[in-house]
Ligand binder design. Sequence first.
Ligand code: SF4
Length: 341
Amino acid sequence: MSVTAKPLIIPIFIPHAGCPHQCVFCNQQAITGSTAVLPTPAHIRSVVHDFLSYKRDIRTGVELSFYGGNFLGLPAKTIQDLLDQASEFAGTGHIDGIRFSTRPDTVDGDRLNLLRPYPVSTLELGVQSLNDAVLRQAGRGHTAADAVNAATLLKENNYRVGLQMMTGLPGDKDALCLSTARQIIALKPDFVRIYPTLVIHGSRLADLYQQGLYTPQNLMDCVVQLKTLVLLFQENRIPVIRMGLQASDGLDDPSIVLAGPYHPALGHMVYSEILLDAAAKKLKDRQTPHQTVRITVHPRSLSRMQGLNKTNIEILKRRFHIQTLHLATDSSLDSDSVRVE
Ligand code: SF4
């Protein structure tokens, strides 16, 4: 995985808009802190201007995104109205494209025809699982075949495709999750997002949890599972652009996230574990004694190599009886490479 600039995404939340029902794990209004179902043109304008005024950096391209609902499940006229509003910013050069997330069972030829006049570049599909029994328990209301067909149709139409999967869903197991990841890889998405299941206030999962019918993953089990998934996606050159919900004040509130592996630095923890494993493997393979060791990583990976509260350093020193451990950086390295000397 090399370090590349990412597009700046301007999110416009449309909580539950276009959803045929509420999936078991979901409560977008609690997650996004927003109760407005559809944004007004004035709201879109103000979000775009806010983002562009303080977040212009080295990113490649700017995309306006509609998240938190089922975009293609909206009435055709609403889809066109929102795309008309978003397109204005493309016309003035403020954004380069439009993206949105949608359910697999809303992707068909008619809906894609609606998009053709607009600069829609990226679609994200909420796949969640590619196991029908898991999808049933999650109350998704679509099958794995729907997700495969939707992803295939989007690729055929040359869209950039992101697939979102979840871990820890009711009835899911490590092996089923791994199988979902392998099937996702076979669909050749441009990127994936991985969301561990959280117990969100106001969701049906919260009722199951409170009745003792659902046990969430603990944080460390989740990190270990994510590590396996990330390595698998890395091997197949598929970027994982996000793990876990975006940190926000609401998610730190225990009356909103009732249980589950929420951590504001979840992705950081996973990548720290990956670098810890990589450094440990190199140290194990070394023939020379370990009194003084220098570990070199890409500058952007330095804090990942250190781990939260520098725990990785302490672990390595203890495990390999290292007296002095120096950390150094080298920008010619890939962000997942570790050099040990
Ligand atoms: S998971 Fe997606 S489709 Fe299901 S309720 Fe939430 S936003 Fe709607």
